[in-house]
Design a binder for this molecule. Structure first.
Ligand SMILES: C[S@@+](CC[C@H](N)C(=O)[O-])C[C@H]1O[C@@H](n2cnc3c(N)ncnc32)[C@H](O)[C@@H]1O
Length: 325
């Protein structure tokens, strides 16, 4: 059957859209490749600088100059992350493997609130609202994500039982009143998916155990014991979330197989635990690491670790289902 001029014009429009989508896809994958290459280049450059004898301060000073963080211009009392979150989006990209685990726990939820949402990592498409107290973090949310309410977990602006699930990813240790925040989560949601860590396991991470024991002492105070969390939520569903070797979300354990990354001040700026330590303590511990990298002591000690593709560093998902309440 002969096609009309109208059909041909419509086909042409569809063809143009397809062409544009392919072009955008090409640019996005090019950017992703370039980012990967730049990260590998950074690790290599740090390794060589360490071996050549540069000090921690020299390495940090050189890399720190390239930091281009987002800063809040709002008046009023800034949230903690208005200070420590300025470079978050640079180093804390959601990791695909961890995202799969979180989204599996959210399976079936048609409406979600993301509490302590930050820049939107791990936020599923079903999210109706993000709750986030820091404007600096909100400013780094990519376009197209759910709207953000600038408030805290203990004041979620939603009616009772209004969403299928609440996601709380790497945030509960920041809440000044954990019980009030969790009560709000239970008030608005029928399920909670909480990504956090088990400090009794995390304490044994080589970075902390061998170089920064003070970090563990500080984290002992802010980490929520898993048993307490399970009691508060009324659940026993605790799932291990191993950290992949090339984890793209630069939290504390992300670089277990890439030790040079901890010498980069921009990486450390994206890890809130470092803000708990004073500069001399961090410098002492990381100078020790630098020395062990230079002499390859670290590589000899961790030869077995370097063969692994993922590692349990204590990260856990706690899932509470209150649908029958
Ligand atoms: C480590 S970031 C995690 C962000 C994001 N959920 C993620 O997985 O990347 C912790 C977030 O918790 C937020 N936060 C701190 N105190 C909070 C509170 N009382 N209520 C809700 N969120 C809070 C911080 O502003 C920050 O964005």
């Amino acid at each position: 059957m002969p096609t009309s001029r109208h059909d041909r014009a419509r086909d042409q429009v569809l063809e143009d859209h397809l062409h544009r989508l392919h072009a955008v896809d090409g640019v996005l994958s090019w950017v992703a490749d370039e980012q990967r290459r730049a990260r590998a280049l950074r690790d290599h450059a740090i390794r060589e600088a360490a071996e050549a004898g540069l000090s921690l301060r020299q390495i940090g000073g050189a890399l720190g100059l390239s930091a281009q963080g987002v800063r809040s211009t709002l008046p009023g009392t800034p949230a903690v992350y208005d200070q420590i979150g300025t470079t978050y989006a640079q180093t804390r990209q959601p990791d695909p493997q961890i995202q799969s685990a979180i989204w599996a726990a959210l399976e079936g939820a048609r409406t979600v609130v993301n509490v302590g949402a930050g820049t939107g990592s791990y936020e599923p498409p079903e999210t109706l609202l993000a709750v986030e107290p820091s404007m600096v973090m909100v400013a780094q949310r990519p376009p197209g994500l759910a709207p953000a309410a600038v408030t805290t977990a203990d004041r979620i602006p939603l009616p009772d039982h209004s969403v299928d699930a609440a996601l709380c990813s790497l945030t509960i240790h920041h809440w000044p009143d954990l019980e009030a925040g969790l009560a709000e989560v239970r008030r608005v949601a029928r399920r909670a998916v909480i990504f956090t860590w088990d400090q009794s396991v995390a304490r044994d991470f080589w970075l902390i155990r061998d170089y920064l024991p003070e970090y563990a002492d500080a984290d002992d105070h802010r980490a929520i014991p898993i048993d307490r969390l399970c009691d508060l939520l009324g659940t026993t569903d605790v799932r291990t979330v191993p950290v992949p070797r090339d984890c793209t979300d630069g939290f504390l354990g992300a670089f277990w197989a890439r030790p040079e990354a901890y010498l980069d001040p921009i990486i450390r700026a994206g890890i809130s635990g470092f803000a708990q330590l004073d500069t001399p303590t961090t410098e002492r511990g990381l100078t020790h690491l630098l020395e062990d990298l230079r002499t390859r002591t670290w590589h000899r000690r961790h030869a077995a670790l370097l063969k692994r593709t993922e590692l349990d560093l204590g990260y856990r998902l706690i899932v509470a289902d209150w649908s029958s309440d």
